[in-house]
Write a protein that binds this ligand. Structure first.
Ligand SMILES: Nc1ncnc2c1ncn2[C@@H]1O[C@H](COP(=O)(O)OP(=O)(O)O)[C@@H](O)[C@H]1O
Ligand SMILES: [Mg+2]
Length: 364
């Protein structure tokens, strides 16, 4: 896989990072700082310049510093020896992306240029929580496998919103409902197709990662469970039949917005039966699958962002995590309140240390 390195980063009025001008190492970059200083904001800036979006969700305006009108993030990236400059300008309601000062053909084209995977402390919801986080994992991965999946998903979401609004405002016999439903079905089937392909790759990779992380003999199975019929007519009829109850409930009972990625260990659903340690192992297996699938799809080693590594001082987790990181040979950005606990082992030479205080980043 080709190496990918974020060599330098500049921020202007990005949250509390008023003005960062930093150069980074191509392996471990450890960013230390107390709570509330800007560690997560720094990883977020890197994620935004890589993908145009934040891993925290929210709107472009949230990223602009208080009392500022515009924010920007700019980075120099080297992929297999070739350099490019990516930048994202942000203001309420808008983002403007550029690669080498030119507008890319689409946001999706921008979003897949620099593969990046983030780990944060809340990630265990991938294993323990509801289906929404697992759908996001599927969609993030599908984007790299086929960038057009993002267009299909956005179109599907818009079509279903229009249908729902029509149902609620004009009632279940409104004439335009069948057009919205036909469009939702067409795009919904595309979304399902993209997710099925992403799930297949994730499943194979997560199963083999889990084998290495968890107790020997335990098998993790990951499978895509779509929430709409795969036949167009049956899907359209299901939407039509559901109009009255969808209007009452405020959302549709059928469609990929309800898809699930099922997780089972030795045939038992992970949710409800797995131990805390097993949930961690499942989470790590899913993240490592994300890295592998994204990397393979793009032919590039993804940049890894790890937020708040020592927030939860669990020896076993940290050891598993570092074992895993040493195998990944790409660039890593890691934040912590306790840099002394970050053991990069025999890679000490490749480690660069930074500190962030009140939004100011310095090398230490
Ligand atoms: N839009 C914004 N403009 C300016 N400051 C912000 C903005 N959003 C968040 N902050 C500030 O960022 C700080 C939190 O940064 P964060 O990176 O989450 O800290 P941590 O180092 O704990 O990860 C808080 O002081 C918060 O007030
Ligand atoms: Mg933080």
């Amino acid at each position: 896989m080709r190496p990918l390195v974020l060599e330098s980063l500049q921020t202007r009025a990005f949250r509390n990072l008023t003005r960062v001008d930093a150069t980074f190492g191509d392996r471990f970059n450890v960013v230390a700082g107390d709570n509330g200083q800007g560690k997560t904001n720094l990883l977020e800036a890197i994620y935004v310049v890589a993908t145009s979006k934040s891993f925290r969700g929210g709107k472009p305006g949230d990223l602009v510093g208080f009392d500022e009108e515009l924010a920007s993030v700019r980075a120099t990236l080297a992929e297999d020896g070739e350099r490019r400059i990516q930048s994202v300008g942000l203001k309420p309601g808008a983002r403007l992306v550029r690669i080498d000062d030119k507008r890319p053909p689409s946001l999706a084209a921008y979003a897949v240029r620099t593969p990046i995977v983030v780990f944060h402390p809340g990630e265990i919801v991938l294993s323990m929580g509801g289906s929404a986080e697992r759908r996001k994992l599927l969609d993030r991965t599908a984007l790299y496998v086929a960038p057009s999946s993002m267009v299909a998903l956005e179109g599907y979401t818009r079509a279903m919103k229009a249908r729902q609004k029509t149902l609620e405002v004009r009632g279940p016999s409104a004439a335009e409902l069948s057009d919205f439903e036909a469009l939702s079905v067409k795009l919904g089937l595309e979304v399902m197709d993209h997710r099925a392909r992403a799930a297949e790759r994730l499943a194979a990779s997560a199963t083999s990662a889990f084998e290495k992380i968890a107790a020997p003999g335990l098998v993790l199975r990951v499978a895509y469970a779509p929430s709409a019929p795969s036949a167009e007519d049956a899907y359209r009829e299901a939407l039509q039949r559901g109009r009255v109850s969808d209007a009452r409930r405020g959302s549709a009972g059928v469609g990929p917005h309800r898809d699930e990625l099922t997780l089972a260990i030795d045939g038992h659903a992970v949710r409800g039966v797995a131990s805390q340690g097993q949930h961690r192992a499942v989470t790590l297996a899913l993240k490592s699958a994300e890295i592998e699938v994204v990397g393979t799809a793009r032919g590039v080693r993804p940049i890894l962002l790890l937020d708040d590594v020592s927030s939860e001082l669990d020896r076993a987790r940290t050891v598993a995590l570092f074992g895993f990181l040493r195998e990944q040979r790409g660039q890593v950005f890691l934040t912590t309140t306790r840099p002394e606990l970050i053991d990069t082992g025999d890679e000490r030479d490749t480690r660069r240390d930074f500190r962030v205080e009140g939004g100011v980043l310095s090398s230490s």
